[in-house]
Design a protein around this ligand. Sequence first.
Ligand code: ARG
Length: 273
Amino acid sequence: MTSREATPRRYLMCRPTYFTVEYQINPWMHPTVPTDNARAVAQWTNLRDAYLALGHTVEEIEPIPGLPDMVFAANGATVIDGISYGAQFRYPQRAAEAPAYAARLAELGFETSAAKWINEGEGDFLLTDRYLLAGTGFRTEYAAHAEAQEIFGRPVISLQLIDPRFYHLDTAVAVLGDTIAFLPEAFSPGSVRVLRRLFPDAIEANLADAEWLGLNAVSDGKHVVLPAQATGLAEQVRARGFEPVPVDVSEFLKAGGGPKCCTLELREAGKSA
Ligand code: ARG
């Protein structure tokens, strides 16, 4: 079995002070189903503490009233090589999050680059050791993929999402060290072939785990922080030498989010492959 090595990461997170579900922009969100804010804060705190316990650094951004989805920091930008490529949200309900994240990232010392095209940050851009995987179909526009390739100088692989439940790339792909886990059913046939060609050793997840947003996972190269109910995926990653770290994110599932959505990785210049 491959032995996996963790590298320390730096993340940006947003406390869910104003988290609730009050509009519907994905099939998971039902404004009539109540959320429990105290529970959301407890689950978020537990996730942050899990990162700290693994030796990672967690920066925070001040939550803003009236932006209930701001807890999903992954959507705020894409940060690689010290450059922050800003988000531009698909729906007006989240639009004001983009400048807030850009301002915080500038304050943290990142060079910020504003987006011309609609893109929802790391929700649809996932960095692997060789490529920048990019999703389109529901949120991020295809033109943003080309924009990201120019900004980062990394080969962008465009992937077509086809199932509205898996509306962001990070609900259908998890980056795990030098490989990935993904849900074939979430992609167009051509995109599935691309993923199998680029990652012949990829873990193919099952629908039951993906429906718990199991693929919305965060890995440091060794640990895989994932929703507790995705037990099949936890076993699959364990069999490949990773250590699953299950967390309870039941409140965030009501908004269509999991651990990865709550986490924006901050990659400094010269620090990633
Ligand atoms: N309610 C949010 C939305 O629909 C959830 C975002 C989840 N974030 C993610 N990176 N998948 O925009």
